[in-house]
Design a protein around this ligand. Sequence first.
Ligand code: PEP
Ligand code: MN
Length: 338
Amino acid sequence: MIIVMQENAPKQHALAVVHHVQELGLKPVLLEGTERNVIAVIGDERIMDMHVINSLDGVEKVMPVLAPFKLASKEHAKTKTAITVAPGVVVGGTQIAVMAGNCAVESLGTTLATAKAVQAAGAIIQRGGAFKPRSSPYSFQGLGEEGLLVLREAKKQTGMPIITEILDPRHVELVAEHADILQVGTRNMQNFELLRELGKVKKPVLLKRGMSATIEEFLMSAEYILASGNANVILCERGIRTYETATRNTLDISAIPVLKKMTHLPVIVDPSHAAGKRDYVGALAKAAIAAGADGLLLDVHPEPPKSLVDPDQALNFEQFTVLMVDIKKIAEAVGRTL
Ligand code: PEP
Ligand code: MN
């Protein structure tokens, strides 16, 4: 970190900053200039609170040299992290990991039919929400524990690992018992207590980007899980809030290369929740793979209009199957497999 003092700041202000840095256990180097003083800080600056330094007398600006996240950064792990979800099922390897299924678990019949159809088309992980985060308290909230048991039964029949959402820190043990990947939804990206609890389990966590979160805030949330002891974090871009209303959210395609540059963690994309409309899901899914995403999370339903949650965005089996054929071609063009 470089701390630049104001032009007319007396030397004792610079010395007070030096003292503050020393007290934190870091090494300050005071560079006395003709115009102004500058203090270079040697050591892990992430333990310093930028706002505190900024508020010290005589400080003009503070320039961090390290990213505020550590375990999620490329400095921590130089090579890309690949996460093994189940034997032979990897997220972040050469194969594009497609996770597909119903938005919410509705019944064993629907779940099973969907799981078999998406598996036949090439998906390797089945999705389904048992606990649903709904904007309205009067909307269907999911089947809860019963939904987890339905997913488990489908897994028994297809062998496909399960991804499902965790909403409540009190449910971590329960969901981790049944799920292979625990999903943190966009509304919970900054539920730090939940993130800390998820750091205590060993199961992979799929962390969705908050709909109004910057990429740095997104990585700071991943850092909570990593710093609490769970190294298996998968990032998911799912669209952000913008002024645009033609789609539900705006898929931030640029987040894919930006994240790839900033972190070693796998990055997947959810075009279904980004678009909110099935007509656009395919184009966004293809763009995501072309841009370097490691996988996709897709809503699929046997009869989309009858889906209990998000009926506008689910693909039917045929649409999903056709999309998978297209994705395969794009995956191969960018050196991946499906
Ligand atoms: C979901 O994937 O079911 C979901 C609710 O997504 P998001 O958190 O991105 O809205
Ligand atoms: Mn949904």
